[in-house]
Write a protein that binds this ligand. Sequence first.
Ligand code: HEC
Length: 128
Amino acid sequence: MSRSFSSHALPILLMAALPNLAAQDVKELPKKDLRAFFSINCVVCHGADGSARGADGSRLKGQDFTNAKEMKDFTDADLAKTIRKGKIFGRMPSFKDRLSDAEIMELVQQIVRKAEKGKVIAPGAPEK
Ligand code: HEC
C-alpha cells in the first residue's frame, strides 16, 4: 500500500506546486523556458520576432537578429558575451546573474540565430 501511495504522491505534489508558480513574479519563471525568458526580458528591445521592431513597426533599441548581413559579423561567442555582460553602458542589461553559460549559448543558437522576420519567438508567452 505504501508503495502505490508514493507512486501517486509525486504528480499530486507537482499539481499542488503549480498555483505557486503562477503566483510568482513572472520574472522568476524557470530559466530553462528560454522562449518565455526571451519574451519577458528581450522583446522590449529586440522585438517579438527578434527583428528589433515593435508591434507598431517602430525601430527598437536592440540588434535586429533577422538581419543576416549584420549577424554574420558576430560569432556565437560574441553574441553570448553580450548577453552575459550587457552592452553599451547598460543600454542592454547584463544577464549573467540570471542565466548560466549553457543557457546563454542555447539562447544564442536556438533562439537568436533562428530568428525570422514575422515569426513570433514565444507565441502566447507574457510580454513585459
Ligand atoms: C534595454 C534594451 C535591451 C534589452 C532588454 C536586451 N537587449 Fe540585446 N541589445 C540591446 C542593444 C542596444 C544592443 C546593441 C545594438 C547595436 O549595437 O546596434 C543589443 C545587442 C544584442 C545582441 C547582438 C550582439 C551584440 O554584441 O551587439 C544580442 C545577441 C542580444 N542583444 C541579445 C539579447 C537577449 C538574448 C536579451 C534578453 C535576454 C537582450 N538582448 C535584451 C538592447 C537590449
